[in-house]
Design a protein around this ligand. Structure first.
Ligand code: 9Z3
Length: 328
């Protein structure tokens, strides 16, 4: 273990959290993805995104969830791709996804109309014996042509590797697999841990098998602390990588102290600190030597600016500096 590392809780991961099927196969795909892109001179970022689901029963009817929409992760992934990174997108099933996130609230059928042959020119779909074309209402799907072009270019370049999780156990094991897979590319790897991961869970051995009965009266549950993965990630799994964690609070007064404490404890490169209600317009990037505030005003927001663009710009520059230092 490297100097300054706190004791790892890796043992608990193996013992207390069920290993998801296919984790080894996914790890192999992540390793091949990282090797290919690093070989072509690209940096690789693992973006984690969305909340985690913590079951209360083994045959799960109920679970504990959290607020995270996955917007931070999905939009950041787009900006990393724009900056030339290859992206492994470790995201909660059905949370927001790069590119499609822009149209998440749109009813697709309200945004499309069918035009019969003769109204338009060019090739047409033939369906049910008559020629039809589907037309897009660009007011309902703003910028759809340019977003689609960017999405297709990313897909054709094989630049985005999506990996899904659903439960806390899935997330923890897939994060470990990703960290071990990215270790081979050293400081070219960045970890951008924006997922909102539960701090609490019920161990399988303490969980009721069947649905908790309300006829038994009010429910009292006792939950254990989830092991902190940042410690083995930084110390053992991917010790040369550039690692960014996120700190979320609801009380702005304690935000910076909590972010600095995380940095002191885990000795990674930066913490992006944010408060729940203002997270779209204000974050602070805390490093060992610096505290950088980033803002998007309401006016900038109306003009389409996103704070993730600023976070990604700041962190990609810091990553460049980090790589240069490692090579020196
Ligand atoms: C964040 O702080 C993210 O910025 C948000 C993004 C989850 C607030 P959305 O998905 O929100 O766009 O709706 N992520 C990390 C939150 C977290 O749980 N951090 C832990 C903590 O604060 C440490 S890993 O203790």
């Amino acid at each position: 273990m490297s100097e300054g590392c706190v004791a790892s809780s890796e043992g608990r991961l193996a013992e207390e959290f069920a290993v998801p099927a296919q984790v080894e196969e996914v790890k192999g795909r992540m390793a091949a993805f990282a090797a290919r892109h690093a070989g072509e001179g690209r940096r690789v970022v693992l973006v984690t995104s969305g909340g985690t689901k913590v079951p209360l029963e083994s045959r799960t009817v109920r679970f504990l969830d959290n607020f995270s929409s996955g917007r931070r992760g999905a939009s950041s992934a787009e900006y990393f791709l724009g900056a030339g990174y290859a992206v492994i997108f470790l995201h909660r099933h059905r949370s927001l996804y790069p590119y499609t996130r822009r149209y998440a609230g749109v009813n697709l059928l309200d945004a499309l109309t069918v035009s019969t042959e003769g109204e338009t020119q060019g090739p047409a779909e033939t369906q049910g014996g008559s020629s039809t074309r589907v037309l897009v209402d660009q007011r309902a799907l703003p910028d759809i042509a340019s977003v689609l072009q960017r999405y297709q270019a990313v897909k054709e370049g094989g630049l985005l590797l999506p990996v899904e999780f659903s439960t806390l156990s899935d997330y923890l094991h897939l994060l470990k697999a990703a960290a071990q897979a990215l270790n081979a590319i050293g400081s070219k790897a960045m970890f951008y841990l924006a997922a909102a991961v539960s701090d609490f869970y019920i161990p399988a051995s303490e969980m009721p098998e069947h649905k908790i009965q309300s006829s038994n009266g009010p429910l009292q549950i006792s939950m254990k602390m989830v092991p902190k993965m940042l410690s083995p990630l930084v110390c053992e799994w991917s010790p040369l990588a550039f690692v960014i964690s996120f700190k979320l609070e609801t009380d702005g007064e304690i935000l910076l102290a909590r972010a600095r404490k995380a940095l002191d404890t885990y000795r990674h490169q930066a913490v992006v600190a944010n408060v729940l209600d203002s997270r779209r317009g204000y974050v602070v990037i805390v490093t060992k030597t610096d505290t950088q505030e980033l803002r998007v005003t309401d006016e900038e927001d109306r003009a389409g600016a996103e704070i993730e663009q600023r976070i990604v710009d700041a962190l990609t520059s810091a990553h460049t500096h980090f790589i240069t230092q490692q090579q020196a």
